[in-house]
Design a protein around this ligand. Structure first.
Ligand SMILES: [Zn+2]
Length: 240
């Protein structure tokens, strides 16, 4: 807290994304990230129960935290209506996601981790403070726009690069696409994709869909034919 005051008094300009009103604890940051994700997914306020599920805690603990975040003006919170991030809260969440995804790129590209191993490590690394660290990491990696799971990395100004992608399930027989991301980030799913030889950038052609269970037969860029379940095709994104 004291350090922060010194910064403010000296009027040091911080990069836009890191301009904060008050320092946040790791727990607060995780809540902000959870709220960001829920609001994005639901396209509306995050309800206490939804936050409790993501944070794996009780609704009562969520309520306590929401009060703290609201006192810090990081969220707006109306009982029964849910939670929205304020501009400051949004900045903190975006900065965290940026750090998380940059670390994931680093771990996969530079340290040789598999894509199913890096999320847990990045959950810790994202809380390491230091704007200069993130700036240098970003430059070192060549300013990547997507993480190892195909998710967009916001830039230093908080801008996102979105691309047109759709679940493989939406393709019709004869359609071709390139694997660009996953909706299910679980290690189990990522390991399964590894086993199938389906990684980001893999070419795929949908050959046939079986009406019985909506599973599909596909041909990969290297000429292999695979049968994929309905669940897999809904969790795999392709760009056509
Ligand atoms: Zn992750």
């Amino acid at each position: 807290m004291a350090n922060w005051k010194i910064l403010v008094n000296q009027n040091i300009t911080l990069p836009t994304l890191f301009a904060r009103t008050m320092p946040t604890t790791q727990a607060e940051e995780n809540y902000l990230k959870a709220i960001f994700t829920i609001v994005e997914k639901e396209a509306g306020p995050a309800l206490t129960n939804a936050i409790a599920t993501v944070m794996q805690t009780s609704a009562a603990s969520v309520t306590d935290m929401l009060k703290r975040l609201s006192d810090k003006q990081l969220i707006t919170y109306e009982k029964y209506r849910g939670v929205q991030l304020t501009e400051a809260g949004n900045r903190v969440a975006t900065a965290l996601i940026r750090k998380h995804r940059l670390w994931e790129v680093f771990l996969v590209d530079k340290l040789g981790f598999a894509w199913d191993e890096v999320h847990v490590l990045a959950e810790q690394l994202e809380h390491v403070q230091g704007n200069d660290l993130v700036t240098r990491l970003d430059a070192f990696l060549g300013h990547p726009k997507f993480d190892p799971h195909g998710d967009p990395i916001p830039d230093a100004e908080g801008r996102w690069t979105f691309r047109k992608q759709a679940p493989l399930a939406t393709l019709q027989p004869g359609d071709r696409g390139v694997v660009t991301g996953v909706d299910d980030h679980s290690a189990a799913f990522l390991q399964y994709l590894d086993q199938l030889g389906l990684t980001l950038g893999a070419e795929i052609e949908l050959l046939e869909r079986f009406p019985y269970d909506q599973s599909v037969r596909v041909r990969t860029g290297d000429g292999r034919e695979l049968t994929l379940s309905d669940k897999v095709t809904h969790n795999l994104f392709v760009k056509t």
